[in-house]
Design a protein around this ligand. Structure first.
Ligand SMILES: N[C@@H](CCC(=O)N[C@@H](CSC=O)C(=O)NCC(=O)O)C(=O)O
Length: 306
């Protein structure tokens, strides 16, 4: 198991925000960093024999150009997480320094834009495996670190690339593994919208459908929340998804988000399983996110503590 290096620790809310780094096998042994908010009773000194591994965990997956610091510093969720006694994990958004040609050229591709998938194309597959990092590696690393967490109780929250394509697709790909998923301004249909098409064309192969139809390739659909939702085998009534989108979001206007596609994909699901709310006048920024994160954390707490 990779060895964690503690980089910093700051008192916040009822606990501490701690930054760790480690060499990630999922990312081809590149160093990755994450922040974790540990509410007070999990970070207070205790002996191994008295430690209770009873703190549920919420992952926050940030969007394009962000690092592990965005949600922790600007997301406005730590007071509520402290009140609810929930840990929040903030991973980075991509590998850093893989040295792949083109990796640093664009803000919406490569560094800062890992799209929470496992790349299959030759150039990217060694390092760009953020899906494995989030789903398998980080939970094991956290378990091993013995921080008092209960890793059988995990929920997912995210923003933009970090949710529609990140947390929501991870949630839908793993029925029963996570308690709930919530989203701010998610990229709901990445296999048909510009950011997703650009990323999937390079990270995933093949980049065209074998029968030359208009349908995206299966490998793209397997990371597309709208397709995943419409074909989900999760029993009716078992999903818990909350989505907020601002009506003044420029990326909504530019057709990057397409929340209506996600809503259409819910039509065979039980009412209330997937709630999509349009929030009047809000944009794509952390002002929007931080307005609603307290409500989202409380909503997740219901499922994490059920
Ligand atoms: N081109 C700009 C815009 C980048 C941007 O808006 N990033 C969003 C996420 S977009 C979808 O994943 C973000 O969260 N930015 C951080 C913030 O503090 O708002 C640029 O290069 O900055």
């Amino acid at each position: 198991m990779p060895k964690l290096e503690k980089k910093s620790s700051n008192r916040v809310s009822t606990g501490h925000l701690i930054k760790y780094s480690y060499l990630s096998p999922a990312l081809g042994n590149l160093e990755t960093s994450f922040n974790i908010f540990l509410p007070s009773h999990s970070s207070s000194p205790s002996t191994d024999s008295t430690r209770q591994n009873d703190i549920p965990v919420l992952f926050y997956l940030a969007g394009l150009t962000c690092t592990e610091d965005a949600g922790a510093q600007k997301g406005g969720m730590l007071n509520t997480a402290g009140e609810e006694n929930i840990a929040v994990v903030f991973p980075d958004t991509s590998p850093r320094g893989a040295g792949i040609k083109g990796e640093e050229d664009d803000w919406d591709f490569g560094t800062g834009a890992g799209f929470y998938l496992n790349a299959t194309s030759e150039e990217w597959k060694t390092h760009y495996n953020m899906y494995d990092l989030i789903v398998d590696e980080l939970p094991k690393v956290l378990q091993e670190a013995d921080l008092g967490l209960d890793l059988s109780r995990i929920s997912l929250m995210g923003h933009s690339m970090g949710e529609g394509h990140g947390a929501l697709s991870i949630y839908l790909k793993n029925p029963g593994k996570y308690r709930s998923a919530s989203a701010f301004a998610p990229v709901c249909n990445p296999s048909k919208t510009p950011w997703g098409i650009k990323a999937f064309s390079s990270y995933l192969s093949p980049s065209t459908n074998s029968d030359n139809s208009q349908e995206p390739p299966e490998s793209w659909k397997s990371y597309d929340s709208s397709y995943l939702l419409s074909s989900s085998s999760a029993p009716n009534g078992s999903l818990h998804v909350l989505v907020d989108v601002g009506t003044a979001d420029d990326f909504l206007k530019k057709g990057q988000l397409e929340p209506q596609t996600l809503e259409e994909a819910t039509k065979n699901r039980q009412e209330g399983e997937v709630v999509v709310r349009m929030q009047e006048g809000f944009d794509h920024s952390y002002y929007f996110i931080s307005t609603f994160t307290p409500e989202h954390v409380r909503w997740h707490a219901k499922f994490l503590k059920a």
